[in-house]
Design a protein around this ligand. Structure first.
Ligand code: CTP
Length: 413
């Protein structure tokens, strides 16, 4: 349920730092990617090597490291995450956060981030109860920082009281809850989205294939926009040169049949957006060996129809999950009329029609002029960038789900 989520885990000093190791494992088990920052204090209790081994990523320990800065500046580090978790959060780092200090990489990342922050305090009971810590916590909570624990119990120092770090399952539960809670800027939190993108490749033989001009720009932008609004997003993409957008899980496929299989594996979802330019046909009996020239005789290819992914998702019997299916219509003439008929034929709820004639520059270009076709009418969108069109669609998807009850969307539900 944390598939594709990116967590920046900041481990500060304290005996409870050992629990951070288990936390990394539990978060990764659920599909999250975890990148770690280790403070000087934290490094007294756990080693960068153990965090690196468990996170399978580089561990950041120094603010002024040339190598780290050239690979990933500390500002980027603080922004390329969906959530920052400080566990354990010592009294020292809480004070730095409250005061806005930026003397080390952990404090700098926390000051520079534009993402939500969760703290998991761990310290001696007297330190926790001290007026300075109380004031720091109040300041941080007023700023919207989320908190898990601390809990009461025996302390490593021999005292008893509140200050023990929350247990790992409770931290994981708080993180799961965070990702499932809709907030004003994450209205799709708790919803699952599936997006197809790019072309498909239909093999002729091991070295040749049939494909099309789709760049995947629009589909990828839609997946990114849905994920930005909080949806747990699975992007199923044919071969494109674009990188996987951040914060989602990407499945790479080649043929239409592979794409359908990957989509079916991603179900159930709340919304599916089919933006891929799926090849309508594949070559019957694609050859296992390269086809050779034979005395000037050209080979003839027999084509057979591919499965229609959009139609398959739209017309699934029973309790259909995706409950909202959005298709695209690539048209070169009579755009709205053809697309209106196409929406009925395919059985999808919404259809975005676009002009893909060579003069429109849609294929491979950065902008799109779309018409949103629904049962109750057509909305003409002005020409806009593919990124803006994606944001507009994602917002309309969020509006659609705003008042609809949640149904369990986990796999197998
Ligand atoms: N689509 C699909 N699977 C296919 C073909 C198309 O999922 N095998 C989806 C596309 O992702 C898009 C929609 O169907 O959302 C319409 O694609 P388009 O190429 O415009 O329509 P076609 O079904 O190919 O119809 P035609 O070529 O006759 O216009």
């Amino acid at each position: 349920m944390l598939q594709g989520r990116r967590i920046l885990l900041i481990v500060s000093g304290g005996i409870a730092a050992y629990k951070a190791l288990d936390l990394v494992r539990r978060l990764r088990e659920r599909g999250a990617s975890v990148r770690c920052v280790l403070t000087e204090g934290g490094a007294q209790f756990v080693t960068p090597l153990s965090l690196a081994a468990l996170s399978e990523d580089k561990v950041y320990t120094e603010l002024f490291s040339l190598t780290d800065e050239s690979e990933m500046g500390h500002i980027r580090l603080s922004r390329e995450a969906d959530l920052l978790v400080v566990a354990p959060a010592s009294a020292d780092i809480l004070a730095k956060m409250a005061a806005g200090l930026a003397g080390d990489i952990a404090a700098t990342a926390l000051l520079a981030t534009d993402k939500p922050v969760m703290i998991v305090p761990a310290m001696n009971v007297r330190m926790w109860e001290h007026a300075a810590t109380r004031a720091n916590i109040a300041t941080l909570e007023k700023r919207g920082v989320l908190r898990v624990g601390p809990v009461s119990g025996d302390m490593a120092c021999g005292e008893y009281g509140e200050g023990r770090m929350a247990e790992v399952p409770d931290i994981v539960a708080a993180i799961l809850k965070f990702f499932a809670t809709p907030m004003p800027d994450r209205p799709l939190a708790g919803r699952r989205a599936l997006v197809t993108s790019g072309p498909t490749r239909e093999p002729i033989d091991p070295v040749r294939f049939i494909a099309n001009h789709s760049s995947g720009k629009q589909g990828h932008a839609i997946a990114e926009a849905l994920s930005r609004l909080g949806a747990e997003t699975i992007l199923v993409s044919g071969p494109v040169t674009l990188p996987d957008p951040p914060g989602l899980s990407a499945v790479h496929v080649e043929s239409a049949r592979d794409m359908l299989r990957a989509c079916e594996q991603a179900l159930p979802v709340d919304v599916a957006v089919c933006a891929a330019a799926v090849a309508d046909w594949r070559v019957k009996d694609a050859k296992d060996q390269k086809i050779k020239k034979k005395n000037g005789k050209s080979p003839s290819l027999t084509l057979v129809e591919n499965p229609d992914i959009l139609k398959t998702l739209s017309t699934a019997a029973g309790n259909r999950r995706p409950s909202l299916v959005v298709g695209f219509a690539a048209e070169t003439e009579n755009i709205v009329k053809n697309a209106t008929e196409k929406r009925r034929r395919k059985g999808c709820d919404w259809l975005l029609a676009n002009d893909v004639s060579p003069a429109s520059g849609t294929f491979g270009g950065d902008s799109n002029r779309l018409h949103l076709i629904r049962e109750d009418g057509v909305e003409d969108w002005p020409k806009m960038s593919k990124a803006d069109a994606a944001t507009r669609l994602a917002q309309q998807v969020a509006d659609h789900f705003r008042d609809l009850p949640f149904r369990p969307a986990g796999k197998g539900a």
